[in-house]
Design a protein around this ligand. Sequence first.
Ligand code: FAD
Length: 512
Amino acid sequence: PDAPTRFEVWHQQAKLGSFAIRLLGEKNVSNATAVIALLHQLGHAPEDIARAIEEFRGAARRQQELFRDSRFRVFDDYGHHPQEIRAVLESLRRLQPGRLLVAFQPHRYTRTKHLLPEFSACFAEADQLWLAEIYAASEPAIPGISSDVLADAIRARGQSVELVPNLLHLSGLVRAGMRPGDVVLFLGAGDITQVAHALAAQLREEAPGRNDACFAELRRRLSTDALLLKDEPLARRTTMRVGGNADLFAEPASEADLSIVLQFCNERQIPFVVLGRGSNLLVRDGGIRGCVISLANPHFSQWQIVGDRITAGAGVRLKTLAVEARKHGLTGLEFIEGIPGSLGGSMRMNAGAMGSWLFDVLETIRFMDYHGNVCERAASEVHVEYRGCPLFRNHIALGAVLRGAPADAAAVRERMDGYSHKRWESQPRQPSAGCIFKNPKTIGAGRLIDELGLKGTRVGGAAVSDVHGNFIVNEGNATARDVLALIEVIRERVRAARGIDLETEVEILGEG
Ligand code: FAD
């Protein structure tokens, strides 16, 4: 793995602290410093800030590493301004690749025209350069401005460049030019990102042994009760029933196993993601590179009721908790009955229904950081939001203590039956991921979609439910691509008609 980028931050002539980030280059250090300054200003201790930022792995299309093995590394970056390009090339150069191969897709005719001299000089660090045609980004073409002109300007400075007029040929040309030790960078804000992903997918196909080696080593380290699978289809593990495979799928059988998986992934820089019951997830058709961790093992699915407190593991279904509370004459948990998630996934989502949130009924929470350390905290000390608990962006929920209030069992049953009836009447029966969009402040997303007449709209096997406008259902043969295309259709219509930017509530994971 790459050594982290280490730096010190000083404040008014005194050292505030030493920090490390997993990202490369001065720009990322300067971005991280802005975050550190803000958190410092808000009163956070430097050690806490250091711990919080060290695991940040960056954003999609910003120096995003799509592929890595002992031969090659492939990066995708949004850079499309000469200064950005220069900065990215310089930071990747520090990885000391055998060669740095760069494929660039200029973005907009106007930018190419106005910054031509800067563009012609910003690729100096590249050992080999391919230039795709300009991505118009809705601009009309400008006569005399094309990648040809830029290629001439680059050549005039003594650097060679290959022009690739058809993007479909780019991946093959780059692959043919690659030699072991190379770092390959795809640059641009247009559709060149798809070429980067295609090349990464091809390289994975070429190296089928890679996952086998990881699998064998992780299997050796885990307890015999832990489940470890390779190329596990995720469609059957999500309620939407779409999506590709996970490279590795681990079901640890204890907290010790879980920390072994985390340590293994950290050591090898294997990305990982936690899966609950998959009821708020949309996995793309290309599947998930890295390791999917599930807490479905019985170890994480135990619960116990003492008095008005229920202690439960992250793998327990919310429905089970609601029913058990009812059986023990406890009120307060009726609203979680129809939410088809696990306790862990629902803590991450701060799931809610009928005007209540899960965190309303949590007393203490138990979780693990990405180094395997287990902590407990009063739920009231944790910051939560509408459909989210930021703590779980980089911690794994292990369980919680929930609190009900003693009540007449018949009254609890009646309330729960009422909620359940309401749900059956207002939600579709076909596979879905629940509400697709978060509700905007001014109007419910379902009502908005209904008002715009979008119910019943279809892309492939995905349809906006006739029953509830905020549900996209899988009519049997949908792909993730269908669902994503339908999401875009809805967002565009809503933006155009009402000027509202709908944000997805479902989490979208994996590769296209
Ligand atoms: P997943 O979908 O598996 O994961 C969700 C997120 O949590 C992911 O980011 C995942 O990485 C993370 N995660 C999972 N487990 C853990 C863990 N142990 N630690 C840290 N992170 C973890 N939601 C509501 O809020 N209210 C509703 O009324 C509601 N109704 C629904 C109805 C239907 C028919 C469906 C299909 C969904 C509905 N949902 C609703 C959405 C969904 O059920 C909830 O968001 C639920 O809380 C997700 O839990 P999960 O276990 O399925 O999580």
